[in-house]
Design a protein around this ligand. Sequence first.
Ligand code: ZN
Length: 293
Amino acid sequence: MSFHALLAATVALASPAPSEPAAALFAGTAGELSHVELSAAAQRGAVVLWALGALEQHGPHLPLATDVYIPQAQLAGVAGRLRQQGIESVTLPPYFWGVNHVTGAFPGSINIRPEIMAGLMEDVFASLEAAGFREVYCLTGHWDAAHVRTISEAVRRADAAGLRVRFLAPTVLADRLGLTGPTIVRVELPTKSPAFPDLHAGEDETSAMLAIRPETVRTDIARRLPPAELDPERLARWRTGGEEARRITPDGYVGDPARADARRGRERHEAIVEALTRALTESRAGRGSTPRP
Ligand SMILES: [Zn+2]
């Protein structure tokens, strides 16, 4: 990344539409617990929830942390539903130094080497195990193939080392990337409403952000954005990433953000929370038996 791009990214990081400043960072996460409280939760058999996102450009209308906010909000919903079922959980602060292969050429997309991220994840898993936790469930809000494969591999290694670690992977994503094996928990997500590929900072993600963090959405800009539709051939080239992706989508989004709607975002959020909770509890129910490959 050039100095200019780094500077632009830094400015963007330092000046989002301000909201609940410092309190929001660790709200509802293990970052607010004392070590005594954390240890007691581990001894009671609490499961650990971890959202893994990335700082990534999301068009001119959404913040760089979009892929962090969304899975974190989903896991907050999952934690609430688990609590209703008498299942205790501890949510880690979200991870946001992700791998940005596809949009890595944009300012604000921080690109971490996969081996660095995987190593960091494995160290986190080892620390959790040392603290007494037995089960960890990971979720990603960032669907860059290199990022997802990094999570899948780190989860697989940590699980093989003894801690029970699972990756809550939407079926559409797992099938596209060929993710299989006992550590993959397939999650059937509700179908999206958009008619054409709405892959990045489009109607779906903008609606989600209007539902969970409306103060961070530049709605006046979003309403004026023309739809960016990619046919399969251009989509395949977009996925090769870097400068090619930036050339194909200079504004940084794929989909139709102007059609975003907070109510649809809330409905879909609730449906996703329900699907994640069901997949997680079914996975737990299968503990000890041989998982389906
Ligand atoms: Zn995103």
